[in-house]
Design a protein around this ligand. Structure first.
Ligand code: ADP
Ligand code: MG
Ligand code: ZN
Length: 476
C-alpha cells in the first residue's frame, strides 16, 4: 500500500518587543538568572497584568501579512496548569477569540506551488526555563523568560512532505523578519515548532491518528523527525498495529522519537476568560493604519528587483529570501554600486565565505559600503577582478577597509605600460617555441603567454592590457 503523510504545524515565535507582554521587564535574551523579573511576571498574588500595546500591534501585523482576518474584539484566556517553569500556575493565552484567524501562505517546492491554510494566530506569554545541573543533580528555575511575548501560529493539516514544511517555515521567517516583529533565531528558541503528524492510505480523505513532536528548533531536526515519525507510523500500521495519539519527543542524538505522554494523561487546562484583562477592541481605523504601514514583502520585492534592476529570477529570489541580504543589497545600491555587480558579489564570494565561516548573513561583519568601495575600485581600474576577489576574501571576517588593505599590500594594478611591454618582451624571448607555435596558427598558446606575463607581474596587471600587448608583439 502507498501511504500519505499529513502534517500540521504549531509555531511559537517570540516577539521582538523591548519589554514583556504584561509588565515592563526587559525581554533581552540570557542575562543572570532571575534578573529580568518583577512581581507581575513572577506571578505574585495581587499583581495585575497590563497589555503591552506593541505586542498587539506586532500580532496584528503578523496576522495581516499571513492573510488572516483580524478578530476586532478578541480576548485573553487563562490556561491553568502547574509546572515549575510557570510560577503563576497559569499561562495567559487566547483560546476562544484569538486575535487572527483563517489566513494562508503560498509556498513553492520542487513539487510545485501549494497553499497552506492558517487556522489561527494568537498571543500568549512564554514560560521560564529549567536548568538542570548534572553535577549536583539539581534543577534550577530561571524566570527571565516568563512573560516574554509569543505569537502561536497554527496551520491546518495541509503539509504532505518535509520539504513543504521547511518552505513554509522559511517563508514565515522571512515574513516576520520583514515586518521586524521577531528576530526568528531558532538556535535561541525565538522560533520553535511543534509538528503534528499522521499517515493514511494514499487517496483516503479521512485523517489518521496523529502524534505531536514538541519544540523542534532546527530545520534539520524537523526534517529528520518527520521522516522518522512517518516511517514509524507506517511500520506500525503495516504490522496491523495502531498509532497511539500522544506527544513524542525528538532526540537529535538518538535520531528517534520517544513517547512523552499519551492522550489519556492529557491535561484539562480549565480554560476560562482572563478576569484581570478586559477584551481588546481594535478599531477599523487602527487596522487600516497598520495595513498602510506594512512593508513590501519578499514576493513583491523579488519581482521588483527583476524589473527594476534586471536581476535574474534566481538571484532576486535568493536575496529577497532573507531580510539581512535585502538590507545589505539595498545599502550598497544606494551608495551607487551597480545592482548587478552587487548581486554577483553577494551570490558568489559572499555566499561562499558565509558558508566557509558557518555564518548567517546577519552575523556578517562586512558592510555594504566596504563592498561598494571594492566594486568602485574595480571600475576605476585600481585593481583587477582577480585581485578584488582576493581582497574580498581577506577583508570579509573583520570588514577591514578595502582601500587601506589594497594600499597596504601593494595590490594596485600596474599602470606602467612600459613595464608591461618589457615584461611581455622578456616572456616572448624566453619562450621561442611558444612563439613559433603561434606563428604556425596555434591560438591556444596565447593564453599561456598571457598567463606567464600576468604571473611575472604578480597578477596585478590589467588582463586586457596584457592580452593586447602580447598580441601586438606577436603579430608585429
Ligand atoms: P490541539 O489543540 O490538541 O493541539 P488542534 O486540533 O488544535 O489540536 O491541532 C493542532 C495541530 O495539529 C494543527 O496544526 C492541526 O492542523 C494538526 N492536526 C490535527 N489533526 C491532525 C492529524 N490527524 N494529522 C496531522 N495533523 C493534525
Ligand atoms: Mg497542540
Ligand atoms: Zn516583569
Amino acid at each position: 500500500m502507498t501511504w500519505e503523510t499529513v502534517i500540521g504545524l504549531e509555531t511559537h515565535v517570540e516577539l521582538a518587543t523591548r519589554t514583556k507582554i504584561f509588565c515592563a521587564c526587559t525581554t533581552a535574551f540570557g542575562g543572570e538568572p532571575n534578573t529580568h523579573c518583577c512581581p507581575v511576571c513572577m506571578g505574585m498574588p495581587g499583581t495585575l497584568p497590563v497589555v503591552n500595546r506593541k505586542v498587539v500591534e506586532y500580532a496584528c501585523r503578523a496576522g495581516l501579512a499571513l492573510n488572516c482576518t483580524i478578530t476586532r474584539r478578541n480576548r485573553f484566556d487563562r490556561k491553568n496548569y502547574f509546572y515549575p517553569d510557570l510560577p503563576k500556575a497559569y499561562q495567559i493565552s487566547q483560546l476562544y477569540l484569538p486575535i487572527a484567524r483563517d489566513g494562508h501562505v503560498e509556498i513553492e517546492t520542487e513539487g510545485g506551488k501549494d497553499t497552506i491554510r492558517i487556522h489561527e494566530l494568537h498571543m500568549e506569554e512564554d514560560a521560564g526555563k529549567l536548568v538542570h545541573d548534572p553535577w549536583t543533580d539539581q534543577t534550577r528555575c530561571d524566570y527571565n523568560r516568563c512573560g516574554v511575548p509569543l505569537i502561536e501560529i497554527v496551520t491546518e493539516p495541509d503539509f504532505r512532505t518535509a520539504e513543504q514544511v521547511i518552505a513554509y517555515l522559511e517563508q514565515l521567517k522571512s515574513t516576520l523578519e520583514y515586518l521586524g516583529v521577531s528576530d526568528c533565531k531558532m538556535q535561541e528558541g525565538s522560533l520553535r515548532c511543534d509538528v503534528n503528524l499522521s499517515v493514511r492510505p494514499a487517496g483516503s480523505r479521512e485523517l489518521g491518528t496523529r502524534t505531536e513532536m514538541k519544540n523542534l528548533n532546527s530545520f534539520k531536526a524537523i526534517t529528520r523527525a518527520i521522516q522518522y515519525e512517518a516511517r514509524r507510523q507506517i511500520e506500525l500500521l503495516e504490522e496491523g498495529k495502531r498509532v497511539v495519539q500522544e506527544t513524542r519527543r525528538w532526540d537529535d542524538n538518538k535520531d528517534a522519537t520517544f513517547s512523552m505522554r499519551s492522550k489519556e494523561d492529557a491535561q484539562d487546562y480549565r480554560y476560562f476568560p482572563e478576569p484581570d484583562l478586559p477584551p481588546l477592541e481594535l478599531s477599523e481605523a487602527y487596522l487600516e493604519e497598520l495595513r498602510a504601514k506594512q512593508p513590501e514583502m519578499a514576493g513583491a520585492r523579488k519581482e521588483r528587483y527583476q524589473r527594476e534592476y534586471g536581476l535574474p529570477e534566481y538571484d532576486a529570489g535568493l536575496i529577497t529570501g532573507q531580510k539581512a541580504l535585502v538590507d545589505f543589497f539595498e545599502a550598497a545600491v544606494d551608495l551607487g554600486a551597480p545592482a548587478r555587480e552587487v548581486s554577483n558579489w553577494m551570490l558568489g564570494e559572499m555566499m561562499r565565505r558565509l558558508k566557509e565561516e558557518g555564518l548567517e548573513p546577519r552575523q556578517m561583519k562586512l558592510t555594504a559600503d566596504n563592498l561598494a568601495s571594492l566594486i568602485q575600485m574595480v571600475e576605476e581600474g585600481v585593481i583587477n577582478r582577480n585581485t578584488a576577489a582576493k581582497v574580498f576574501r581577506a577583508v570579509f571576517p573583520d570588514n577591514a577597509d578595502v582601500r587601506d588593505y589594497v594600499h597596504k599590500h601593494g595590490l594596485e594594478q600596474v599602470q606602467d605600460m612600459s613595464l608591461v611591454k618589457r615584461t611581455v618582451e622578456e616572456v616572448l624571448a624566453e619562450h621561442p617555441d611558444a612563439v613559433a607555435d603561434f606563428r604556425q596558427g596555434s591560438q591556444k598558446i596565447l593564453g599561456f603567454l598571457i598567463g606567464q606575463t600576468m604571473a611575472r607581474l604578480k597578477g596585478k596587471a590589467d588582463p586586457r592590457a596584457v592580452s593586447q600587448e602580447v598580441r601586438q608583439q606577436l603579430e608585429g
